[in-house]
Design a protein around this ligand. Structure first.
Ligand SMILES: NC(=O)c1ccc[n+]([C@@H]2O[C@H](COP(=O)([O-])OP(=O)(O)OC[C@H]3O[C@@H](n4cnc5c(N)ncnc54)[C@H](O)[C@@H]3O)[C@@H](O)[C@H]2O)c1
Ligand SMILES: O=C(O)[C@H](O)[C@H](O)COP(=O)(O)O
Length: 376
């Protein structure tokens, strides 16, 4: 069996080599000829999987994307060709939620803003939105939840429509899929009209898809002096993004919100499990066997630890300002895709065991740390 896998997908050899030969490809530059002999195609978000790419792929039995976003896959065409398909829903939900939490604490420190008592609108309450909601429970930040699809399904009674959510929130974070048409279109969900109405100083975080916010409208708003704080991980037209917008952002990154070691590796594992199911064999390999030991694994808090120190613990594991600095310093010389490919290792909060006095156990557990109580 020939398994064709994106060069930026970790652990493919570990999970898939028992099925056959693993051949890597450059996700941005793959031609139909390369897929011709493949039985399995494993991609990330940058490869358009469509009729053109698969025109010569007569042996192909399985396509997997190690992402939750599926806007790059022509699923109808795969179904027509009877090629099995799997994505990796939820694989990077923790990573993206932790990216947002890191952004909130960094903003709080850099702008000297108290987060408690502020309102955060979460637009899109699926895997990521829900994970963020759970991690921020009892944080003192009031959450406003917006997901009209779940509201229609009856699974989100707290749903607030987007315009009311934007009107009352101090911060907004987007976690919707890219939907280009229809009643729940998300392309330019934050458009020129909505941007104009935002309250002064609003913090906007986008770690969903670049097209969810009209980037040119955002730039126009900023150059005309509108007070907005921008945290952008995703951009319209990646990798050729609107670089003029960068200086107007508080924090920027190169579409890496989901790129913890665990998040990327879970995506590979989920595709391995899906392929095993398709082939009718049992999935015996486990991710835990392949992940490296974290460099920082324990931390001890005493009774002087207080509410204002939560940001310090979060940033010990992941500080968004590292990625902001890397992008600003290197984008011009290295380019968007190279920075993504060379993304330095990042771990999730769960890799840190925190020994803490009772007062902080619940909150730290909710954030996702391993917690053990001490008597101090
Ligand atoms: N920056 C990154 O690295 C990164 C990582 C993972 C995912 N993403 C993006 O984030 C998106 C969300 O990921 P997820 O795992 O939570 O997906 P998900 O499918 O679990 O959840 C998406 C939610 O958005 C809701 N939704 C759809 N249209 C909406 C609208 N118009 N308004 C409000 N809500 C709407 C859906 O009902 C669903 O509950 C993905 O589709 C992907 O594009 C980006
Ligand atoms: O949709 C997703 O899951 C994410 O956007 C994904 O992490 C994007 O990263 P890529 O696949 O391009 O590495």
């Amino acid at each position: 069996m020939k398994i064709l896998a994106d060069q930026n997908m970790p652990l493919v050899e570990e999970f898939f080599s028992s099925f056959g030969e693993v051949v890597r490809f450059d996700g941005r530059n793959i031609a139909a000829e390369q897929v011709q002999e493949a039985d399995v195609l494993l991609t990330r978000s940058i490869t358009q999987v469509d009729q053109q790419l698969l025109s010569k792929a007569n042996k192909l039995k399985f396509v997997g994307t190690a992402t939750i976003g599926v806007d790059h896959i022509d699923q109808a065409y795969l179904a027509e060709r009877e090629i099995a398909f799997s994505s990796a829903p939820g694989c990077n939900a923790v990573a993206v939620a932790e990216y947002v939490i890191s952004a909130l604490y960094a903003y709080s420190q850099d702008r000297d803003v108290e987060l408690r008592g502020k309102k955060l609108a979460i637009v899109g309450v699926g895997n990521i939105g829900n994970c963020l909601r759970e991690k921020l429970a009892h944080s003192g930040i009031e959450l406003i939840l917006c997901d009209p699809i779940r509201a229609e399904q009856g699974t989100l009674p707290e749903h607030v429509n987007i315009d009311s959510a934007l009107e009352s929130a101090d911060f907004v974070t987007f976690h919707v899929p890219l939907i280009k048409t229809g009643a729940h279109q998300t392309k330019h969900l934050l458009n020129v009209d909505r941007i104009k109405k935002l309250k002064p100083g609003m913090l906007i975080i986008n770690a969903s898809r670049g097209d969810v916010i009209d980037n040119q409208a955002l730039l126009n708003a900023k150059t005309s002096g509108q007070a907005l704080e921008l945290v952008l991980d995703v951009w319209e037209n990646e990798p050729n993004i609107l670089t003029e917008l960068i200086p107007y952002c508080l924090y920027t990154s190169v579409h890496i919100a989901g790129h913890t070691l665990e998040g990327k590796a879970r995506g590979t594992q989920m595709l391995y499990q899906a392929l095993c199911k398709t082939l009718g064999v049992s999935a015996t390999k486990r991710l835990e066997a392949f992940l490296p030991i974290p460099a920082l694994s324990q931390c001890h808090l005493n009774s002087t630890f207080s509410q204002r120190d939560y940001g310090r613990i979060v940033h010990m594991i992941y500080d968004i300002r590292r990625d902001n600095g890397l992008m600003r310093a290197n984008l011009e010389s290295q380019g968007f895709d190279v920075l993504r490919k060379q993304y330095p290792p990042r771990r999730e909060f769960s890799t840190l065991k925190v020994s803490t006095p009772l007062a902080h156990t619940q909150r730290l557990q909710q954030l996702g740390f391993q917690v053990e109580m001490n008597e101090e």
